[in-house]
Design a protein around this ligand. Structure first.
Ligand SMILES: Cc1cc2nc3c(=O)[nH]c(=O)nc-3n(C[C@H](O)[C@H](O)[C@H](O)COP(=O)(O)OP(=O)(O)OC[C@H]3O[C@@H](n4cnc5c(N)ncnc54)[C@H](O)[C@@H]3O)c2cc1C
Length: 383
């Protein structure tokens, strides 16, 4: 067992941290958040410095990278500028689906732009009646000559309107088994018949989410990604890596909150002494550090397993469940230690607190993670 990072990985984290300190300092990220603006400038800086190309083949301008390295990038983004970590993680699933299943024309059309700084392709699964039960989606795809025509409605489609494309999931209602009737398409967001309504939400203010209304939106048949009616297994193939990336970004956010809280505990004087001298505060700091250490261990091990092509069907769900809750608890404790200051809009901990809560809902809720892991654990126990 080796707990060291390679020299290249250490160098990558150091140079990425310096880049973010320069291009995405806290003051800039706070301002963008307040204005509800997508961080185009910092995102372009990540592109210009090769970060967005990691894991993308060289022929599209990228650099091959293993999952452990990409996990480290997500953690660093989460620690320095959580919104960037979220956006990067969201792109993980759509990029991989396009790489793995997209035709050469689709890969050519999309990947170069992403490496150069386009916002990630948005993901269109959820619908008003299909949330956790995502296979209950109803958006239709009907062939008409050389075209296909979409009708339906998507919900919470993040980055939708600002992306050039949506990875759209449709369902053939004539096939009884929903898992065998789902297809994946590339839908340009400027297609006539596609309309967006931006949603107002508690956090993720730099990362817009939309309702999408799709009425007779027509694209060429060649927009199919992968095989017709195989969209469900294609989607599942890359859900695990998206969830792991979101976990790593959440770990980074917890590390940032911990840094703020522990520094404050050493500095803030009450009753004539630093609040860190009170045992109750020391216990909280220790609990936070234990959770961070556990999250790190779980995430790194899961990433390592994925790099060895081992199944992480159970592990990724347990990891997402644990990290979503533990990162929220660490950030909530940080707010408590900062007292009134942590509740002020001027402090980054309030933003982390608003942003982190979604991790227990998006990408599969806590309850769904239990539903994935529980039966697998019992199956293992029966063997
Ligand atoms: C800000 C935001 C961004 C998002 N971005 C995207 C995106 O880009 N693309 C996309 O496709 N989707 C996106 N989503 C959708 C997200 O994945 C869903 O919100 C999530 O899967 C839960 O679905 P739901 O909100 O409909 O809740 P529901 O599925 O209606 O669940 C409500 C409650 O019931 C519980 N529940 C449901 N079924 C079970 C069960 N079998 N056992 C136990 N408990 C259960 C849930 O855990 C939850 O607590 C986003 C959501 C949000 C809020």
């Amino acid at each position: 067992m080796d707990f060291h990072w390679s020299e290249e990985q250490e160098l990558l984290v150091r140079s990425l941290t310096e880049l973010l300190e320069r291009e995405a300092p806290e003051s800039r990220m706070a301002e963008l958040d307040e204005k509800h603006e997508f961080p185009y400038g910092p995102w372009k800086a990540l592109a210009d410095n090769g970060i967005l190309g990691l894991g993308v083949p060289e022929e599209y301008g990228g650099t091959p990278a293993d999952i452990q390295t990409m996990t480290l990038v997500c953690e660093t983004l989460g620690r320095e500028a959580f919104s960037l970590g979220i956006i990067y993680s969201l792109g993980m699933i759509t990029i991989r689906d396009i790489l793995q299943f997209g035709s050469p024309e689709i890969r050519e059309k999309v990947l170069g732009g992403l490496v150069r700084g386009d916002p990630p392709v948005a993901l269109g699964i959820t619908e008003p009646q299909a949330g956790s039960d995502s296979a209950a989606l109803r958006t239709t795809a009907t062939y008409d000559g050389e075209d296909v025509v979409f009708n339906g409605q998507k919900m919470y489609c993040t980055l939708g309107e600002i992306s050039k494309h949506i990875l759209l999931m449709t369902r053939d209602q004539a096939i009884d088994n929903p898992y065998r009737g789902i297809s994946m398409w590339l839908l340009p967001t400027d297609t006539p018949g596609v309309r967006f309504n931006q949603l107002s939400k508690v956090g993720w203010w730099c990362v817009p989410s939309y309702e999408v209304f799709i009425e007779d939106a027509r694209v060429p048949r060649s927009s199919l990604i992968g095989e017709e009616n195989f969209g469900w297994p294609q989607l599942m193939a890359n859900f695990e890596i998206e969830r792991l990336a979101l976990c790593a970004a959440s770990l980074g956010a917890a590390e940032a909150a911990y840094a703020d809280a522990s520094m404050y505990a050493n500095q803030r004087v009450q009753f004539g002494q630093p609040i860190g001298s009170f045992q109750a505060v020391q216990h909280k700091i220790t609990d936070m550090a234990v959770k961070i250490e556990n999250m790190r261990g779980f995430i790194y091990k899961t990433a390592w397993m994925m790099d060895q092509n081992m199944s992480v069907r159970t592990e990724h769900a347990m990891c997402k469940l644990y990290v979503a809750q533990a990162s929220y608890e660490v950030i909530d404790d940080a707010m408590q230690l900062l007292g009134g200051l942590g509740y002020m809009m001027a402090h980054r901990v309030q933003r982390l607190w608003r942003d982190i809560r979604l991790m227990r809902i998006g990408g599969g809720t806590d309850e769904i993670m239990y539903n994935i892991a529980g039966p697998q654990l019992l199956k293992q126990a029966r063997r």
